[in-house]
Design a protein around this ligand. Structure first.
Ligand code: HEC
Ligand code: HEC
Length: 232
């Protein structure tokens, strides 16, 4: 069992009586309080859909977790243990203080939920192309860029220029955050800092919790349109 333990049918008792483990897991999937960090505002559902079909109007950094439980590997082949694949997100993006353990009732319920939304036990692994070398991309149409912003960035960053409606005060206001770049990153063109952030997420610079966008999640073409929209 790739999660790390044998799965028995788990029953957890909620306030209203017995809830099935998969229902509890679904609630946890959508609840940022899964991570005990006061700085976390993300739930699994912030970055992952759980549907078979692509969602209208959303571009998420992570894949849909529909049929994810039995993939032979995750994270483009880097992870061969599902719990580790989840913990990568939990620790790096949700600021989970210590990784979820296999025995933790919450992690067991989450697993039951992932199994529940994974009817295909032969589902293949999915590709993940992380852009290593940061290069400028051709600018696209600004109107397409507006669509990309609203589908990919707005949930966390709120409206452009004001940040209105943003998920967390920690999310920078776009594109105004780049006003500080001349002193923070002297000599580096602003758009390259933004491209690096989008392509590498928190792995850029010192810290942060923003996810990375692979080429599968966001094409260079859509990134170019986004930069045009942001005036970068
Ligand atoms: C801030 C965004 C973010 C959050 C929050 C997040 N993830 Fe992820 N996750 C990603 C990204 C980006 C990837 C890499 C692309 C991919 O493989 O889906 C990823 C990868 C994964 C994978 C591997 C999928 C595969 O087939 O490669 C699993 C499984 C996963 N996440 C589960 C979870 C679970 C469960 C939670 C909640 C505990 C969670 N993630 C929270 C962004 C996030
Ligand atoms: C899951 C939430 C989330 C999504 C989606 C997201 N961001 Fe972010 N982003 C953040 C958070 C939180 C920060 C501040 C902390 C950090 O740097 O990671 C941030 C910071 C940034 C920064 C500032 C980096 C710096 O330190 O100067 C840029 C630029 C940025 N995001 C661009 C984007 C763009 C463009 C998109 C859409 C393609 C996007 N983000 C989508 C959460 C998100």
């Amino acid at each position: 069992m790739r999660w790390g333990w044998l799965v028995a049918s788990v029953l957890t008792v909620g306030c209203g009586g017995a809830t099935s483990a998969e229902d509890f897991g679904e609630e946890l999937f959508q609840d940022s309080r899964l991570s005990e960090s006061q700085f976390n505002s993300f739930s699994c559902a912030t970055c992952h859909a759980s549907t078979a079909k692509p969602e209208e109007g959303h571009v998420r950094a992570g894949y849909s977790l529909y049929n994810s439980a039995f993939r032979p590997s995750w994270w483009g082949g880097y992870e061969t243990n599902l719990l580790n694949a989840v913990n990568f997100c939990y620790v790096n993006f949700m600021r989970g203080v210590s990784p979820l353990t296999a025995e933790d009732p919450k992690s067991r319920a989450l697993y039951e939920y992932l199994v529940h939304i994974s009817p295909d036990s032969q589902a293949p692994a999915l590709p993940l192309t992380v852009v290593k070398d940061i290069q400028d991309v051709p600018r696209g149409s600004s109107s397409r860029g507006a669509e990309v912003y609203s589908a990919a960035c707005q949930t966390c960053h709120g409206e452009p220029h004001t940040g209105k409606g943003r998920l967390t005060q920690l999310a920078s206001i776009l594109p105004e955050v780049t006003d500080e770049y001349d002193s923070l990153f002297p000599g580096v063109p602003h758009q390259l800092v933004v491209i690096e952030k989008v392509r590498h997420g928190q792995f850029f610079g010192v810290s942060g919790s923003m996810p990375l966008y692979s080429r599968e999640a966001l094409s260079d073409e859509d990134l170019g349109a986004l930069l045009a929209f942001l005036g970068l």
